[in-house]
Design a protein around this ligand. Sequence first.
Ligand code: ARG
Ligand code: GLU
Length: 672
Amino acid sequence: MKKIVILLALMLMGATQIHADEGMWLPSEILKKIKDIQSQGFKLSAEDIYSVNQSSLKDAVVRFGSGCTGELISSEGLLITNHHCGYGQIQSHSSVEHDYLKDGFWAMSRAEELPNPGLTVSFLEYMTDVTDEVLKGYKKNMTEEKRIALVEKNSRKIEEKAIKGNANLQAFVKPIYYGNQYFLFVYKVYTDVRLVGAPPSSIGKFGGDTDNWMWPRHTGDFSLFRVYAGADNEPAAYSEKNVPFRPKKFFKVNAKGIKEGDFTMVYGFPGRTNEYLFSEAVKYTALTSNPHKIALRTLRLNIQREEMNKDQAVRIKYASKNASVSNAWKKWQGEAKGILRMKAIENKQAFEAQFDQWAEGKPEYEQVVERFKELYASIEELSLVNDYQVEALNAVELIAFAGRGQANAEKFYKDYYMPIDKASFIALYKAYDKNIADKFKSPYFKEQLQKYGSMENWADSLFTETPNLAMAEEIYQETNAWFKAHIAPTLLSVNKEITLLYRTYMRGMMEYNEATGGGKIFYPDANSTLRVTYGQVKGYKPADAIYYTPVSSLDGVIEKDNPEIYDYNIPQKLRDLHAAKDYGRWEVDGSVPVAFIATNHTSGGNSGSPVLDADGNLIGVNFDRVWEGTMSDVVYDPEICRNIALDIRFALFIIDKLAGAKHLLDEIEVVQ
Ligand code: ARG
Ligand code: GLU
């Protein structure tokens, strides 16, 4: 194992420069990249980015909830993240009378800040390579099953040792490079996190799902929270006695602004990428999985939209759900297109052919390509059944709710509207019936359909005046039991073999690269751990004869403003501020900057991540990627892949002029 680790390290250090922008780097390994980062304009050191001995940038970056990033921007625990990351919380405090989604929310004193049970903010204490410990007791030729059990056992031990019974700490051992290496991550978790401010959705979600994943963009996608702690500054359960947390490090804000070509760094928690996929898997994604999942979500979205347009109460209930269904739906479309446009399948196939040739006579690698083909072919149909289990059968809200034992019933019914769910059931179950081969279909499903004669009749029995929870539970149990017994076992065992094969392939690609002087730099796929990515503010060319410049402004918001269209109907006060050009300190060239794009390699989970300048000051808050570049989770194109960030000055302008929350501005250190 030692040898492999050394080899990996050599790869990271020795490989020559290709494109600077691709890659998500582990902060603790950043010393290996710092020369390049500095050559791009960064003025700080590796120790400034990540250190366990002194406070560093990492101490101002947090995991917000389970799917987002946030950062500290004051000495008193003030935190900024995206509006869409705080959306669930903002919604949960909202009703038709106090509609904070619609009207925004600003706590004018600490006493008005709203607690959010269940919300956590996690600070990374440290991360470290634990490969040797995780693989202690590993013997060559161990079966993958045995290895998995060993890794589990050793990992739990390492995690326990790291926590030492401290209830405020969480530890996770995670594989990188498909288990060629393992890292330990230790977090301190704060649980008293209060909502401080959010603009109206007409700013925070301006452009809605129409503009989502798109540039040019004019969304003020931010919200403010505050981390509270006990008197000792340690995590404490919510209490009125808690005090604002005093962070080791918080970001100063650079209000001098950015221009094309400026250095940018994004520091955050990207969720999942698959940059080293075999061609067959990329093909399945682009040609089969994405199209089917898109079609299923189109059905749900059309049903939701129709009902939401009829009734404001339904709109509030489904706002968050609708946004999340729509989000992946749109991303999958951009991703599939991007994969095809880049000819990623063909390029991968060509590479695999070369690799295969090189592997000839090397026992470790010579079967890899052939075996991948066999394994992927053996699960292609089952993978589609899996997609339908998740996106069709279990996507009916009532059935999922009954299936999880009716947990959180109050919350479920608060946001539930039966006509939407009933129509979704009919549409989704029909799609399953039509698109899944008979031999893979749940026999229970077939019996019931036959018994009721039509999906509509079946739905009438399920969605009675008070929903038929017993029936919903039966449907859930039966179809999932069938799936578990007849579909999942093969999928699981083949996927185990696939993971093992990737572990070998990964090493093989690195050796191949070294042997052929390929000069490719490897970085681990995202796995919800802290990463650094760097690049520059830069426009792009999305299609023939179009070039997009990288900065948007308030004038563009006004151009899109339309009181007739829900997602483009800005608050009157913003119109007035614009008409009076009342921009205060935030004016640039007669307007206020709103958002910008840059070449940082980001993914889902990077929402809310700090975008930093060459001095490590905050210039923006990451919130999206451009649609044409969403294939970057699988294959990165430096010409087209751009992250989208809120310009921090737009947030300051809104806090200052729209909210009149001067007390918050006073907390923030602005470099101007
Ligand atoms: N596309 C962004 C992300 O992946 C924003 C999502 C929320 N906004 C929305 N309109 N659905 O999280
Ligand atoms: N909006 C995404 C998020 O929630 C970030 C966009 C992306 O996938 O890059 O993390």
